[in-house]
Design a protein around this ligand. Structure first.
Ligand SMILES: Cc1cc2nc3c(=O)[nH]c(=O)nc-3n(C[C@H](O)[C@H](O)[C@H](O)COP(=O)(O)OP(=O)(O)OC[C@H]3O[C@@H](n4cnc5c(N)ncnc54)[C@H](O)[C@@H]3O)c2cc1C
Length: 356
């Protein structure tokens, strides 16, 4: 009989894993009912130029490769636009390029003239790095597409229902408890973003997480002015196909360590729009929306992925857009067949047991 897997959380990690598990023949039920998740607010940059060390780099590169596999199977809103980065200057930029090249990462140095040809509407810097293998996902549409694809493989979704606890019998998790009844499982997979720490703590497990609030600002749509992801000292910027420009309010948003915001939503939006105007002189811009979200961030900044105890696994991380396609593949394999050499190689540094 097919293994019954209950996934708590229908954000990008739960959805990508549900798709892979459904394709592999598992009987999947996704339960979601917590606070609005991080995925809908995400910037959606897919990259491995930002990383916390070699293991993290390899996991991110595998994440990008997994998107290639996903794109070959499904029509999903993912575009490999490339990224232009001016985050570092001079010696530091050259060192960054050399480090990434040494790891085998595609990186090109770009001068002012070439930059101007690639992005004529952007105030051209003296030099930039170009990462041609990077791209963007439209987070909420990709999330929906993966849930729909999982449903085609038989996955079922229970929404509006919060999971309050895990049911344990003789040391094994056999289902989840909700305010409206229980749901039985052979395996429970907790992909509950910022709700993960509390849920697994009730079963005696520990993945400590830190608060990482963030604002994301969207402009009113404008004519096409930007084709790459732009990573600058003044923030990361991209343009969606509908013309809307998107920028997180915090600069270097992936490494942002602030635990509080400091600015009101309108102040943050005004400050961000001023930075976008400086990057795109000559484009008339105004902000249309500002959204507050919380990044799911384990205390050491790294993903926590894998088996916690009999019948219970977890997957929680920041950079979940970059990692989702790869994590979905690995987790589905581990839930069905247990860890393999391949999943161990990728995930050994990210097991939740490091917090015990
Ligand atoms: C502003 C911002 C910018 C970002 N930019 C990038 C980026 O450029 N690139 C990148 O790779 N990553 C980025 N990230 C990170 C990325 O978006 C997240 O890592 C990813 O979305 C996490 O997905 P998730 O499925 O783990 O969690 P979520 O999307 O938060 O989903 C978790 C789900 O679980 C549900 N839930 C929680 N508790 C319970 C419960 N008890 N019972 C039932 N359901 C529950 C919630 O309702 C939610 O739907 C960004 C995040 C933010 C906030």
């Amino acid at each position: 009989m097919a293994k019954r897997v209950v996934i708590v959380g229908s954000g990008i990690i739960g959805a990508a894993t549900a798709y892979r598990l459904g394709r592999a023949g598992a009987d999947v039920v996704i339960v979601d009912g917590g606070a609005p998740g991080a995925t809908a607010a995400s910037f959606g940059w897919l990259n491995a130029s930002f990383h916390h060390g070699e293991d993290h780099y390899r996991l991110r590169v595998e994440g990008l490769a997994a998107y290639d596999r996903l794109l070959a199977e499904l029509e999903v809103p993912v575009r490999m636009t490339g990224c232009l980065s001016t985050e570092f200057e001079g010696e530091r930029m050259r060192a960054e390029a050399a480090n990434l090249s040494a790891l085998g990462y595609p990186v090109e140095e770009v001068d002012r003239v070439t930059f101007g040809k690639l992005e004529p509407a952007v105030a051209a810097p003296d030099a930039a790095l170009r990462f041609p293998g990077e791209g963007v996902a439209e987070p909420a549409p990709l999330n929906r597409a993966l849930l729909n694809a999982a449903a085609l493989y038989g996955a079922r979704i229970v929404s509006g229902v919060r999971v309050d606890g895990l049911i344990e019998v003789a040391g094994r998790i056999i289902g989840v408890e909700t305010g409206v009844g229980t749901i039985a499982a052979d395996e429970v997979l907790v992909c509950a973003g910022t709700g993960t720490e509390a849920l697994i703590a009730a079963a005696g497990h520990r993945v400590p997480m830190v608060p990482r609030p963030a604002y994301v600002i969207e402009t009113r749509p404008v004519a096409p002015v930007l084709s790459h992801v732009l990573a600058t000292p003044d923030g990361e910027l991209r343009q969606r196909p509908d013309g809307v420009l998107v920028m997180p309010a915090s600069v270097s948003h992936q490494g942002d360590k602030a635990e509080s915001l400091g600015l009101s939503p309108e102040e943050a939006a005004e400050a961000t729009i001023a930075r976008i105007r400086a990057l795109l002189p000559g484009v008339t811009l105004d902000w249309a929306s500002v959204r507050l979200a919380y990044r799911p961030m384990p205390e050491d900044g790294l993903p926590a992925v894998g088996r916690l105890s009999e019948g219970l696994s977890v997957a929680v991380m920041h950079s979940g857009m970059t990692l989702a396609a790869g994590i979905g593949e690995c987790l589905a394999r581990e839930v069905i067949d247990g860890p393999s050499n391949m999943t161990e190689q990728l995930l050994a540094a990210f097991r939740p047991q490091r917090f015990v």
